[in-house]
Design a protein around this ligand. Structure first.
Ligand SMILES: NC(=O)c1ccc[n+]([C@@H]2O[C@H](COP(=O)([O-])OP(=O)(O)OC[C@H]3O[C@@H](n4cnc5c(N)ncnc54)[C@H](OP(=O)(O)O)[C@@H]3O)[C@@H](O)[C@H]2O)c1
Length: 262
């Protein structure tokens, strides 16, 4: 992935929701790249960042608190936000709004969510996926532990903004060693995504790589692990279909569809 010509280089990155599983992987990837890191997490979770405490700045507080976010994102060229729908107080939309309101003007803003988010309504979901989502939303509302609709509202606000945003839509996640940068498609239902699994460490890698990928600005990629059967089959089918084309032209089309030759 390359740096856009006019964009400020990435030096300092805020991670909103740094103490969670995804957040801690993102902290590590950012430190590996030499970025300065500012992490926001709830006060009771500061201890989960002990391994990084001497290498990052921690701003304790709720991620939907505008004052907390204003302090954390000051001077940051990039903001990585873990959007979670926990609770029933519009936590996800409050978090997204605080980032949209207070991030530096040119900052790259990368948000995480799941495949259930759709930007243009053209995603195609399996019956099993739709049933599971309805049941999960119903139970979350009934027991008041999460508001999936509010995560939808959060992304609606991001899509409507003219910021340099990317909304990364994760498949089902699993733990394990990195397999490399996930591949992506514009819409759920693309055969590339059929395996529906990504290593969490690689979800985090995609979020961090998106900071410097101009082709992902104002795009909401749905991702899947690059070593999954559907990703591999997609590559195999594409290679057979495109037999006779030069590698450069293949690489060009793969960039358009989000498939990486790396
Ligand atoms: N889990 C999946 O299978 C899956 C699949 C697709 C996409 N995603 C997306 O991936 C992202 C991260 O998911 P994850 O499963 O890996 O979770 P995670 O990284 O462990 O993150 C959970 C985050 O939620 C915070 N949190 C937990 N309970 C909370 C509460 N009651 N109030 C406020 N904040 C609370 C955590 O903060 P503390 O450290 O303070 O607890 C942490 O920042 C999300 O955007 C999610 O939509 C997840």
């Amino acid at each position: 992935m390359t740096q856009p010509k006019n964009a400020p280089p990435i030096r300092r990155v805020a991670i909103i929701g740094a103490s969670g599983k995804l957040g801690r992987y993102m902290v590590q990837h950012c430190l590996d790249r030499g970025y300065e890191v500012v992490g926001v997490c709830r006060e009771q979770s500061v201890g989960k960042l002990d391994d990084f405490a001497d290498r990052i700045t921690i701003v304790p507080g709720k991620t939907d608190d505008p004052a907390v976010i204003r302090e954390a994102v000051r001077g940051c060229d990039g903001v990585l936000t873990v959007l979670v729908p926990w609770g029933v107080q519009q936590y996800a939309s409050g978090t997204a709004q605080a980032v949209l309101d207070h991030a530096e003007e040119d900052a790259r803003l990368i948000f995480s969510c799941g495949w259930h988010i759709t930007r243009d309504g053209k995603d195609q979901y399996s019956l099993a996926f739709r049933v599971l989502l309805s049941v999960a939303s119903f139970l979350a509302r009934l027991f008041r532990f999460a508001e999936i609709d509010d995560q939808v509202e959060a992304t609606r606000r991001i899509f409507a903004s003219d910021r340099r945003w990317t909304v990364v839509r994760g498949s089902d996640l699993e733990e394990g060693e990195s397999q490399g940068l996930p591949v992506w498609a514009e819409h759920v239902g693309d055969p590339l995504l059929a395996s529906n699994v990504t290593r969490r460490i690689d979800f985090a890698l995609f979020m961090v790589e998106a900071l410097t990928d101009p082709e992902l600005e104002q795009v909401c990629p749905a991702i899947v692990g690059c070593k999954t059967p559907s990703a591999q089959a997609h590559r195999g089918a594409r290679e057979r279909r495109d037999h006779g084309f030069g590698r450069a032209s293949l690489a060009h089309r793969d960039r358009i569809s989000g498939f990486s030759w790396a």
